[in-house]
Ligand binder design. Structure first.
Ligand SMILES: NC(=O)c1ccc[n+]([C@@H]2O[C@H](COP(=O)([O-])OP(=O)(O)OC[C@H]3O[C@@H](n4cnc5c(N)ncnc54)[C@H](OP(=O)(O)O)[C@@H]3O)[C@@H](O)[C@H]2O)c1
Length: 282
């Protein structure tokens, strides 16, 4: 992997932070996209990591497509290739569907779905010309199954999983591989960065009890939660493989829920989730 040109989005915290730093330690030339330099520097200090020279932190919103195009052209002019793209930037919009605002759902899709889509459209011609490339889309196990209150997040990640699969087939003849990386719960800033459309404490909401459950869940990191640094190491090991799988799950919870979804008859899982929700309302 040494000297490979790697683009990673969303490196100010969490999985992307470790990915960018560890890939630079491996000798790759990493362009890490962030919106918040201060947060990144603070994280470097807290984790006692020294930023390597070959990690170039670029301040950019992934949805600023004009600037993204300019950056990709600049990188191509300088290195004449882009080996790897890791679409990692993302966040979760949560809340019961009826109480979500359409504009917030559109924003969710812009960041979690359309931004990776645009980034792929911009790097694919470069990879195709070189007959080499790897694209990792950090989706989620919630891109394979759904949970109540996750209408916006789950559907944005389901869309990205589907897109990754389709592109994977189309670009295979050009020696470009696309993989959907599907983490379970990872300890990052994700829960702090979550967005909600409604006041979860609104007692007049017909969904008040469910909203309170979301609020409680926000504080919790169960024992099975994967460490962000370990998740990044797993992703780097994946990248080192000659052949990337179509889907790659991270965390015992991701494996467990995926097996539950695929092995249990659909009507049983449907019954269990509905019972769980019904009990909350009782
Ligand atoms: N943590 C989990 O349990 C979990 C589980 C499954 C999947 N994932 C996925 O993993 C990916 C990484 O999340 P994380 O858990 O590491 O959470 P995180 O610590 O919140 O990191 C998300 C990163 O994305 C960046 N970002 C968000 N919107 C952006 C934008 N418009 N432009 C540029 N950067 C942007 C954030 O930057 P700012 O600081 O500027 O907001 C942050 O650096 C996400 O796609 C998430 O959906 C996470």
């Amino acid at each position: 992997m040494k000297d490979e040109i790697i683009l990673v989005t969303g490196i100010s915290s969490g999985i992307g932070f470790y990915l960018a730093n560890y890939l630079a330690e491996e000798g790759c030339i990493v362009y890490g996209i962030l919106r918040n330099q201060d947060k990144f520097i603070q994280n470097l200090k807290e984790k006692n990591i020294k930023q390597k020279e070959n990690l170039i932190a670029v301040t950019l919103d992934v949805r600023n497509y004009k600037e993204v195009e300019r950056l990709i052209q600049e990188i191509y002019d300088k290195h004449n290739k882009i080996d790897v793209l890791i679409n990692n930037a993302g966040y979760g919009l949560y809340g019961v569907f009826e109480e979500l605002k359409e504009e917030d759902i559109r924003d969710q899709f812009e960041t979690n779905f359309f931004a990776p889509l645009k980034w792929m459209q911009m790097v694919l011609p470069i990879m195709r010309n070189k007959r080499y490339g790897k694209i990792l889309n950090i989706t989620s196990i919630l891109g394979r199954l759904t949970i109540p209150t996750g209408s916006a997040y789950c559907s944005s990640k389901h869309a990205l999983v589907a897109l990754s699969e389709v592109i994977r087939y189309e670009v295979h003849p050009f020696n470009i591989q696309v993989c959907s990386v599907e983490p379970g719960l990872i300890k990052t800033d994700f829960k702090n960065n979550m967005k909600f459309s409604v006041d979860l404490d609104n007692r007049f909401s017909p969904y008040f009890k469910l909203n309170q459950v979301i609020k409680e869940q926000l504080k919790k990191y169960p024992s099975f939660t994967t460490d962000a640094s370990d998740a990044a190491k797993k992703i780097i090991n994946l990248l080192k493989k000659e052949k990337l799988p179509a889907h790659y799950q991270i965390g015992i919870d991701a494996g467990f829920y995926y097996n539950l979804k695929t092995l249990l008859p659909e009507n049983i899982l449907d019954f269990l989730i509905k019972e769980y929700i019904k009990n909350i309302f009782e």
